[in-house]
Design a protein around this ligand. Structure first.
Ligand code: GLN
Length: 304
């Protein structure tokens, strides 16, 4: 399979498309990003790496970090994690409050904001220095000490995070947070502010293509079964109320963020990361989705 030629060809075609959608304007700091940035990077299980466009630019990974926080918490507490949250698609927006009320503070899944708050709460209860320890965990997966939080994005999001505040307080009122909402939110906003490039992301997430092990096989981030389950959750819940559409058009487990990034995993084959900041109305990268649809169509490498 000539990934390089296929990616170059689809990149050219996708770059020429009208850049529909909008940058996530509700986080003021994200509005500073050039909407025409566009990068792609693939890492394969047999060691092939290729990037094109702005694949080395760092951007705000936002909700992609929810896969990392879930992985860390799952590794620490194991299956009892599912007592605190469910594994069902929500069919609602990432920041929706509706289901939480009727479902008594148990979030539908770890990839909507409410679910990520519960995961942050679990990590806060288990880590000595949560922000430092989380960063160390992420950096150690690829031995990459360049990965950092962006405190400007943290401050910016805190200044407008009314929905997240509401979600956390609602969960707390049902007794599903052990820590104070303000501590959970501070940790959550830091995780969302992590900055990485497409190249770093595709290399970092190789453990989900490699049965939970880092690509050099030196670290077991998740057990084989946990890795399968995290992929299953990305398949069914990774794109909020567009998860069905992503499955339908792309056919890979994946996760998006409002910074315009998407990672998609083909277990046992490859991880691909795409970044284009303009988002469609569901909060997922417009060109990122277009690119990935073409990619799995041309390569015939979706999981279906
Ligand atoms: N930090 C963002 C928020 O909480 C993350 C949302 C996202 O990337 N979908 O609103």
């Amino acid at each position: 399979m000539d990934f390089k030629e296929i990616i170059e060809d689809i990149y050219k075609k996708t770059a020429a498309l009208k850049n529909k959608g909008q940058i996530a304007s509700y986080i003021p700091e994200l509005l500073k990003i050039d909407p025409n940035k566009f990068g792609v990077h693939i890492s394969t299980i047999d060691g092939f790496n290729f990037g094109i466009g702005d694949y080395q630019d760092k951007f705000s990974i936002q909700s992609i970090s929810k896969v990392l926080s879930l992985s860390m918490a799952y590794n620490i507490v194991g299956e009892k994690i599912w007592k605190r949250l469910d594994v069902e698609p929500s069919g609602t927006a990432f920041n929706s409050l509706v289901q939480l009320e009727t479902e008594k503070g148990i979030p539908r899944n770890p990839f909507i904001n409410a679910g990520a708050h519960v995961i942050c709460d679990i990590l806060l209860s288990h880590l000595k220095n949560p922000k430092e320890d989380f960063l160390t965990f992420v950096r150690s997966i690829t031995q990459n000490s360049e990965i950092n939080y962006n405190t400007k994005v943290v401050t910016s999001e805190k200044s407008v995070g009314y929905r997240n505040v509401a979600l956390c307080n609602l969960i707390k009122s049902f007794g599903n947070l052990d820590n104070e909402p303000s501590e959970v939110l501070d940790f959550y906003f830091h995780l969302c502010s992590l900055e990485m490039s497409c190249q770093e992301l595709s290399q970092l997430f190789m453990y989900l293509a490699n049965d939970g092990k880092t690509i050099d096989n030196s670290q077991q981030i998740l057990t084989k079964s946990q890795s399968k389950r995290v992929n299953a959750l990305m398949q069914t819940c990774g794109f909020y109320d567009e998860s069905g559409e992503f499955s339908f058009k792309v056919g890979l487990p994946g996760k998006s963020g409002v910074g315009g990034g998407i990672i998609a995993v083909h277990p046992d084959q490859y991880v691909i990361a795409v970044w284009s900041p303009n988002l469609n109305e569901k909060g997922n990268s417009y060109k990122g989705m277009c690119f990935l649809e073409e990619f799995t169509t041309k390569t015939e490498l979706s999981i279906f």
